[in-house]
Design a protein around this ligand. Structure first.
Ligand SMILES: CCCCCCCCCCC/C=C/C(=O)SCCNC(=O)CCNC(=O)[C@H](O)C(C)(C)COP(=O)(O)OP(=O)(O)OC[C@H]1O[C@@H](n2cnc3c(N)ncnc32)[C@H](O)[C@@H]1OP(=O)(O)O
Length: 263
């Protein structure tokens, strides 16, 4: 925690700027245009989330656009959960691809400024929003695929882990992992359980105790991600993979998800 708080001063200004939407160092604000194709039915956008729904396929792309690094602030998490809930209630939506509008970053994890110098009430609200995001994603009855087009430490990695399948850009500069230990904090048990369910006990032990951040090839070797593709193919591959999953007869790819099915 001490290390985390030490980092906070560095992150203070950017957090405020991000909330004001004025940070463009990563080119974030320039690349937030909707990518609607002619056959797509609708796009809805809140300030930090863009949802593009393709009615003909039942696939939605949920794009995070919270510059500079898609940190998980209370505002962001609230918008994220609302967007996911709307998709969950939309009977036409069968699959969601989660990706980032920002170059180089999928998500930097929890917004450090939300944990620094805030009232107990605010902290409670923030923590509840983090859990809500995880519950909605991990317990979703839709197929969820993370199209990881940038680095994704800590809470960003949790988001990816909460999806059914992870496709990562094979860029040597990107890393992913639950690195909380390196920040002087212990990953909550539900972060740990989500990792164990993905990579198994021994790999999770090493990963958590050492706070490892994996390069894309190491993440693939460990089983933290399922597939590496060139950066410009991440979204299209996610789309193709989703189509394959949705073609499983009787929607069994959804029905046999052990997290949401008791049978
Ligand atoms: C309230 C409840 C109480 C609970 C208390 C217990 C706490 C338990 C929590 C346990 C679980 C924790 C999970 C987490 O996710 S903690 C957050 C961990 N994340 C990080 O440490 C990421 C740190 N960031 C980075 O590694 C890099 O920034 C990154 C690789 C993402 C990008 O690198 P790049 O070089 O491209 O960019 P910069 O480092 O220059 O950063 C750009 C600006 O973004 C700001 N920034 C970065 N990360 C965060 C963040 N997580 N929150 C807020 N702001 C962030 C950074 O300050 C830069 O701003 P400036 O340009 O102004 O310097």
């Amino acid at each position: 925690m001490a290390t985390l708080l030490k980092h906070s001063a560095k992150y203070a200004l950017s957090g405020r700027l991000a909330r004001l939407g004025v940070h463009s160092r990563h080119g974030g604000l320039q690349c937030l245009q909707p990518r609607l194709l002619p056959h797509q039915r609708s796009a809805s956008t809140s300030s930090k989330i863009l949802v593009e729904m393709d009615d003909s396929t039942g696939i939605a792309v949920l794009t995070m656009k919270n510059p500079p690094v898609n940190s998980l602030s209370l505002d962001f998490l609230t918008e994220f959960s609302i967007s996911l809930e709307k998709l969950e209630l939309d009977r036409g939506c069968r699959g969601v691809i989660l990706t980032s509008a920002l170059p180089k970053i999928f998500s930097a994890g929890l917004d450090i400024m939300e944990m620094y110098g805030k009232s107990p009430e605010h902290c409670g609200e923030f923590w509840k929003a983090v859990q809500e995001m995880w519950l909605r994603l991990y317990g979703s009855s839709m197929i969820t695929i993370a199209a990881i087009n940038g680095s994704s430490p800590a809470g960003g990695c949790l988001m990816a882990l909460a999806c059914d399948y992870r496709i990562m850009a094979e860029n040597p500069k990107y890393s992913i992992g639950l690195n909380e230990t390196q920040l002087g904090i212990v990953a909550p048990f539900w972060f740990k359980d989500t990792l164990v369910n993905t990579v198994g006990n021994r790999a999770a032990e090493l990963s958590l105790q050492l706070g490892l951040l994996y390069s894309a090839p190491d993440a693939l070797r460990t089983g933290l991600v399922d597939l590496l593709v060139p950066e410009d193919k991440v979204l299209s591959t996610a789309s193709q993979t989703m189509t394959q999953w949705l073609a499983i007869p009787g929607e069994n790819a959804i029905g046999s998800n052990p997290r949401v099915s008791s049978s």
